[in-house]
Design a protein around this ligand. Structure first.
Ligand code: G3I
Length: 335
């Protein structure tokens, strides 16, 4: 039997990529890889508040609009990422607001403006990203991170129940969009997994509109399979849509500066990709399969090396956009 020509051809659910519109425009190989293999687009950065609304009152939609134009012309779904995110990359003007009413209004206006702009063009939104603290499992309350950088202290300024209100604002702005909560570390952090599940139960009880959960899955070749399977199972058990939203599998968990890639490491990566994809397909009921999105296209454009100052090769295509064993792992997982 011949191999399917592309990931999307091989898959019954949408396969997505986090995309950089500049690379889409300027790099023909990048563009071809995306158009061949993707059924779904997520903007890696250009639909974040930091890019759309870096200055108070000024909205820049150009790059996101370009991506959406390409998606529409090519019949691809767009999953929008993200309305609300606490990190130091949040707009400086927003991070400065310490008055609860003022920040609440700013977020409400942001969601209404941006949600309306993209209404009818995006299938779905990550409404809130990474709300829970890694150590406590409670809503984050910090105003600085461990490097002393200023954060958007949502919990501290507008209160612990803010996530629910952001979902209500998002639903008001775009009633047709599927609304997701997106989180990382669900494979290894029991407290955070529990926090997300409790939030879903609470939202259902209060009729807060939520339709799906994003399991980011920034994992590595040593991430225990039991944790991966447990997170997918628990998310599926909620009955909501399940999106593996930012998949990558690092081969250098020690994050060393230099690493020579070996056939052995590539084989371990193959196995892990196969396990993730197969577990998703096996466990998540078909009607809840929102899809699997890769966080980047080739090893040349992954966020990981820049973030950890290390060497890594976490994706399905190598830096020359040639398929890796990891790619075969994805395909074999679909079988
Ligand atoms: O484009 C500029 C470049 O001009 C400048 O010289 C350089 C110097 O800092 O920065 C470049 O921008 C960087 C951008 O990535 C593009 O590479 C930003 O500093 C950097 O903060 C940004 O990082 C992104 C990060 O989110 C923060 O927004 C990553 O690309 C992106 O992959 C990452 O994605 C997140 C998800 O949104 C949420 N889940 C975790 C995931 C990984 O951190």
């Amino acid at each position: 039997v011949a191999k399917p020509a592309t990931l999307q051809d091989a898959s019954s659910f949408p396969v997505g990529f986090a995309i950089d519109p500049t690379a889409m425009k300027d790099n023909a190989t990048y563009q071809k890889t995306v158009l061949d293999h993707a059924g779904s687009f997520t903007a890696e950065n250009v639909m974040k508040p930091s890019r759309i609304n870096a200055q108070k009152g000024v909205f820049s939609f150009d790059k996101a609009d370009y991506l959406i134009d390409v998606a529409q012309a090519q019949g691809k779904r767009v999953h929008a990422h993200t309305f609300v995110w606490y990190t130091n990359t949040a707009p400086a003007w927003m991070k400065q607001i310490k008055d609860s009413t003022e920040l609440e209004t700013a977020l409400k206006t942001y969601i209404q403006t941006v949600g309306t702009h993209f209404k009818g063009k995006v299938a779905s939104w990550d409404v809130v990203n990474e709300a829970f603290d890694n150590t406590t499992g409670e809503i984050r309350m910090a105003s600085v991170d461990d490097k002393g950088q200023t954060l958007l202290n949502l919990g501290g300024v507008i209160g612990k129940d803010y996530v629910a209100r952001m979902f209500q604002y998002a639903h008001h702005a775009d009633p047709g969009a599927l609304l997701f909560y997106n989180e990382y570390g669900q494979e290894t952090n029991a407290k955070k997994l529990d926090a997300v599940l409790k939030m879903v139960t609470d939202f259902k009880k209060r009729s807060i509109p939520i339709h799906g959960l994003g399991l980011q899955m920034h994992i590595n070749i040593n991430t225990p399979n039991v944790g991966i399977e447990n997170a997918i199972q628990k998310y599926a058990d909620t009955g909501l849509m399940v999106h593996i939203s930012e998949l990558d599998i690092a081969v250098n968990p020690a994050k060393t500066k230099d690493l020579t890639i070996t056939a052995e490491l590539l084989e371990k990566q193959y196995e892990k990709y196969k396990f993730v994809v197969n577990t998703y397909k096996r466990i998540v009921p078909v009607k809840q399969q929102f899809g699997i999105t890769m966080w980047g296209v080739s090893d040349a454009n992954s966020w990981i090396p820049g973030f950890c100052s290390c060497t890594d090769f976490p994706l399905l295509f190598d830096s020359q956009y040639k398929t890796k064993r990891a790619y075969d792992g994805f395909l074999d997982g679909l079988k």
